[in-house]
Design a protein around this ligand. Structure first.
Ligand code: NAG
Ligand code: NAG
Ligand code: NAG
Length: 503
């Protein structure tokens, strides 16, 4: 069965890949120097990729540190600044510091780098560094398309494209980015919804830290807050601001602005089931095969679509943690007193929802539910370049191939073999290379456990952030920080077999 699924998968992806150009590779676009000079390639080219909705990554420290970005802004003169927020303080390439802080990066093609450090679970400034770096910038084209699928005016009227095409793509699993053409700000979404009448689309993104313009570049503000946004095709931009590390509001507001919407439609339906977990389309084997092959997943419940932060396979069922959601009133606006709305959804139809005030330990109520879910998988090819055993020995591929792929800008996903029939699938938020070893840090994970009564996985109570560092030497170190408070459990080190999959 697994073999059959694999063959089916291969055929499917070949067909899809040939038909829609979902085979674009990461490329080095430009290398910028400490004074913003172009050492290779052109900054203009990077700007062109950004305004076409393409994915961007960068590396620092002479090809030993790599990370994804969460948002970008054009700062004029062909320069851009990006936020890379997904990093928790480390001591050495494969270990954590004992007193964890966020290490937020604001990195610009002008060479400027601002590091802003804030305790995890407390509003405590742990120091700032303003410096300059040599930076290598990578991009991967979305597809052959470079145009937005829809553009709205400030009033919500149409400027280009077709909103129903956008809504259709969203309902078919496409991921979406939005560009504000007035200030050159670009973000993707952690969740997106289509309105009941099918005429509007609204996307949410919580991962942005307050910043301001300084001369020709951008820096974090000195007293930082999370700036969460909801963008909608009605022209409305809704903003909710919360101090980093505590439940203190810095204000909620909204404005109207023009927007350009870009879709990445390199996604296809793998499986859907009704609320009792019975197949209605596709196949569970196909989904499980794709997840174990490293492919990204998007899940759809009704007209609400989310990209999971991490996935789990237990006893042949897939569970997904959906963490990038702050509580909403309607699809278009936030609640005033915002809480995290976290879910674990499974192919059994089980949906667990937990709610905690942002920046606090206060629980706002939990619930359990059964829902019909559609599971989409990315059609882009991913490649298992290395497998390591629990002692760090190579059982497939080579560490050199992994290093080469990472240095070419590839993304990295890990399939961690936790038990015979249990796999945790995480994405590297940042990657460090030391000598010939690689360590992947993954931070978007809330402590979970096996469920009972046929439920594959559920959240633990009280919840802890599980920040992990998985290294090709065979160790997975994890630190556990309580949600909403600056306290932790003892750090752990596990030894698991791991598949290192690049894409
Ligand atoms: C950067 O790395 C290359 C090879 O990876 C090496 O030859 C070079 O000396 C390094 N440069 C610095 C400044 O460390
Ligand atoms: C789900 O599908 C199964 C098999 O067709 C059916 O027996 C069951 O009643 C369905 N559940 C719901 C809630 O529709
Ligand atoms: C969780 O379930 C898996 C598969 O059923 C099993 O192998 C594993 O030992 C369980 N873990 C714990 C901590 O019970």
């Amino acid at each position: 069965m697994a073999q059959l699924a694999k063959i089916f998968l291969t055929v499917l992806f070949v067909v899809k890949t040939l038909s829609s150009g979902c085979n674009e590779k990461w490329k080095t676009i430009v290398k910028t120097g400490k004074n913003g000079e172009e050492k290779y390639g052109s900054k203009r080219d990077l700007v062109n990729h950004l305004v076409a909705g393409d994915d961007i990554r960068f590396s620092l420290n002479n090809g030993t540190y790599f990370t994804s970005i969460q948002s970008a802004i054009l700062t004029g003169n062909e320069n851009v600044c990006v936020q890379a927020l997904f990093h928790i303080s480390k001591s050495g390439y494969n270990n954590f510091q004992s007193d964890a802080y966020w290490w937020f990066l604001n990195v610009c093609t002008s060479g400027h780098v601002h590091m802003s450090r804030w305790s995890v679970g407390a509003h405590t400034d742990r120091g700032q560094t303003k410096t300059t770096y040599d930076i290598t910038w990578f991009a991967r084209s979305r597809s052959c398309q470079t145009q937005p699928i829809f553009c709205n005016l400030e009033t919500g009227g149409r400027k280009c494209g077709d909103v129903s095409l956008l809504a259709n793509s969203v309902l078919n699993g496409a991921s979406v980015k939005v560009l504000n053409p007035q200030n050159g700000y670009i973000t993707s979404f952690t969740n997106i919804a289509v309105s009941g009448d099918g005429l509007s689309v609204a996307g949410q993104y919580p991962w942005h830290v307050s910043q301001s313009t300084v001369n020709n570049h951008v820096e974090f503000q000195s007293n930082v807050y999370w700036w969460a946004t909801i963008w909608s095709t009605t022209g409305r931009l809704e903003m909710s601001r919360w101090n980093v590390g505590e439940h203190t509001s810095r204000g909620k507001s909204s404005m109207n602005t023009p927007m350009e919407w870009f879709v990445d439609d390199c996604w296809t339906l793998a499986y859907s089931h009704n609320s009792s977990g019975h197949e209605t389309d596709g196949s569970l084997d196909l989904l499980v095969g794709a997840v174990l092959a490293g492919r990204k997943v998007r899940v759809k419940m009704g007209s609400y679509i989310v990209e999971p932060e991490n996935l789990y396979i237990r006893n042949g069922h897939v569970s997904a943690q959906l963490l990038g959601h702050l509580s909403k009133n309607t699809i278009f606006d936030f609640q005033t007193d915002v809480y995290w709305y976290w879910q674990i959804v499974s192919t059994t139809g089980d949906v667990e929802t937990v709610r905690y005030n942002i920046g606090s330990t206060q629980n706002r109520g939990n619930s359990a539910d059964k829902q019909a879910i559609s599971w989409f998988i990315e059609t882009r090819p991913w490649s298992n370049v290395l497998s390591t055993s629990s002692t760090g020995s190579v059982t497939h591929g080579s560490k050199a191939d992994l290093v080469t792929s990472v240095q070419a800008g590839f993304q990295l996903r890990l399939v961690v073999h936790e038990a015979v029939d249990s796999f945790s699938i995480i994405e590297a938020d940042n990657i460090a290379i030391e000598n010939s070893e690689v360590a992947a840090q993954s931070i978007r994970y809330i402590s979970d456990e096996n469920g009972s009564s046929g439920i594959p996985r559920r959240f633990k109570t009280p919840p802890y952030w599980k920040f992990s560092l998985t290294s090709t030497d065979g160790n997975q170190r994890a630190v556990w920080w309580k949600v909403g408070e600056h306290t932790s459990l003892p750090a752990t080190t596990e030894k698991y077999p791991v598949d290192w999959i690049v894409g």
